[in-house]
Design a binder for this molecule. Sequence first.
Ligand SMILES: Nc1ncnc2c1ncn2[C@@H]1O[C@H](COP(=O)(O)OP(=O)(O)OP(=O)(O)O)[C@@H](O)[C@H]1O
Length: 244
Amino acid sequence: MADYIFKTEGLKKEYSGKTVLDIEEMEIQKGKITAVIGPSGAGKSTLLHLLNVIEAPSSGSIWFEDSMIGHKALTLDIRRSMVMVFQKPLVFTATVYENLAYGLKLRKMKKEEISQKVEEVLEITGLKDKRNQNAATLSGGEAQRVAIGRAMVVRPKALLLDEPTANLDPANISIIEDLIKFGKANYGLSVIIVTHNMFQAKRLSDNTIFMLNGKIIDYDTTESLFNCPKNEITGAFIDGKMIY
Ligand SMILES: Nc1ncnc2c1ncn2[C@@H]1O[C@H](COP(=O)(O)OP(=O)(O)OP(=O)(O)O)[C@@H](O)[C@H]1O
């Protein structure tokens, strides 16, 4: 088995003839948390969309473990092995419990197993007291905890997070970061998180990718990238300087 969860080669994305993503080669390590940082418009969300097969690349190839993936080659098994969570939490107008149980019911899991898995996630999301509340009435932070809990409860192999804690308060950010770490430690999740929060990237990730103008400028362990960046532009960016 490959030691990467995703691998790409010659990945390019163009919109109306303008190249917004151009990555020669990239591997995302399995079982690790990888942060993607970079200024607005660098192509971070585009990269996640391509990995999640929400959008097709203009050219290039993507592998999920040992399988090449794309719109024409995506088995249900692989589709269910990766889940993406967006900045704006998506919840169904149903109880918190029903939201968390949804994906498990879809997989035709036994009631007792669903209950056991949902109880664990209710505990780690801190939503036990809200189990019967309509998720549509939750606060933004609680709703995002439901969205990430729902993504994790089905035990995907990869969790793709696009700025999941933007606009949330420190308490919710802390719960969500603990949730992500729990998923890595207990479910063996591979996580890719796009974040504008440098402190979050440092706190949470094993590896960090720095993107600029659609390209990967730096890709290193988080410790090396933040403590001794090999690239001058990376250093300037993480110091909060304008780089464009
Ligand atoms: N559907 C689209 N049509 C045209 N251009 C697009 C489309 N989606 C993204 N782009 C462009 O691609 C570039 C990269 O966008 P992307 O959203 O990936 O950047 P980002 O690094 O995630 O930015 P941010 O941090 O602001 O979310 C931007 O210039 C954006 O305007």
